[in-house]
Write a protein that binds this ligand. Structure first.
Ligand SMILES: [Zn+2]
Length: 75
């Protein structure tokens, strides 16, 4: 079954990869990978200082983009 992350989920009833919940569970230095069918989001990573990064695959190349917890909260 297709899964969508909470940033691009078309509706609430489908299985949603909740980026906010993943982010708050991550420990420093940990990352968690997932597969979103709707967008390029693939990984969440928290560095040793507690900064959170969203990993995207764009044209086959991974990009880490800093994000804030608030940005990951479902709308
Ligand atoms: Zn997505």
């Amino acid at each position: 079954m297709a899964e969508f992350c909470s940033q691009c989920s078309p509706q609430q009833s489908v299985d949603v990869i909740n980026l906010y919940e993943i982010a708050i569970k991550l420990k420093e230095g940990q990352s968690e990978s997932f597969y979103c069918s709707g967008c390029n989001n693939r990984t969440l990573f928290k560095d040793e200082s507690g900064n959170i990064y969203l990993g995207k695959i764009i044209d086959g190349v991974g990009h880490l983009q800093p994000v804030k917890l608030d940005d990951l909260k479902p709308q």
